[in-house]
Design a protein around this ligand. Structure first.
Ligand code: ZN
Ligand code: ZN
Length: 269
């Protein structure tokens, strides 16, 4: 059995924890070691309960505290060659990352204890941004955050997953009528920024299959979205789908939004 906890999701900091009860992985380090200790501590867990940190990309809301983690724990930090190159130059990571550096290869990466990970590149305006497909204990867990637009590869991993964590960043109406500068609005919605509610719902319509047990909507914008708009948009997509035996996708797939700036529930997958 796998369990999943979002410690924080959104532009104020991103960090996720995935565990089989024996080993654990931290995905992104956008919250402080102190916060990680507090949130994991609430479940009787701590720093010894994850063995590695995976990095999706080099934006600060994902790596702000990576240097601090490296300095303190020297746990392996897995990232693509390009991202490691960028982090060797980045002010927040360059002094501490070298002893922790572990480079993903293309194809299957065997992390430890039967954890097999593949990464896929998604369009976003960082040095490089990747999603993960993690095969572990009979589950396929797919996480994609900061996704400018869906790619064929992203669809095919999601279509084989039993859990998908996917970005649902903005409501188009709120973004357009909001007070962000025009340039920033364009940066967000023009293919190399973030995935909006509508795009996320369209993606769900395409990748949903009856084996999909959980969808978590992540990286919701504070200014251009609300948890209920994101949820309703994805829920409407699920309501339009059904399995061959006539069950609605809403009955089959659990749908959750992940909170900004605080921890989610600790979900059993
Ligand atoms: Zn982000
Ligand atoms: Zn980003």
């Amino acid at each position: 059995m796998l369990k999943f906890l979002s410690l924080s999701s959104g532009s104020s900091g991103n960090c996720y924890f995935l565990t089989d009860g024996v080993s654990g992985l931290l995905i992104d380090a956008g919250v402080s070691p102190r916060r990680v200790r507090k949130e994991l501590g609430a479940y009787g867990l701590g720093f010894n309960d994850f063995q590695a940190i995976l990095v999706t990309h080099d934006h600060l809301d994902h790596i702000r505290y990576l240097g601090a983690f490296c300095k303190r724990f020297q746990k392996p930090v897995y990232a693509t060659p390009l991202l490691h190159e960028a982090m060797l130059r980045h002010t927040f990571t360059r002094d501490f990352i070298t002893p922790c550096k572990r480079v993903f290869s293309e194809g299957a990466n065997h992390l430890s204890d039967g954890i097999e990970l593949r990464y896929f590149v998604v369009p976003h305006d960082a040095t490089q941004t990747v999603g993960f497909a993690i095969d572990w204990k009979g589950h396929r867990f797919v996480l994609m955050t900061d996704v400018g637009c869906m790619t064929q590869e992203a669809f095919s991993y999601a279509a084989a997953a039993d859990t998908v964590v996917i970005e649902s960043n903005y409501d188009m109406g709120m973004l357009i009528s909001g007070n962000y500068p025009q340039e920033l609005k364009m940066r967000i919605c023009r293919g190399r920024g973030h995935l909006g509610n509508e795009e996320c719902a369209e993606a769900i319509l395409k990748f949903w299959h009856p084996g999909l047990r959980n969808i978590f909507l992540c990286h919701l914008s504070d200014n251009n979205n609300t948890p209920s708009l994101a949820f309703e948009s994805a829920a409407a997509a699920l309501s339009a789908l059904s399995s061959e035996d006539g069950r609605s996708a809403r009955e089959i797939t659990a749908l959750h939004t992940l909170p900004r700036g605080r921890a989610s529930l600790f979900f059993e997958l």
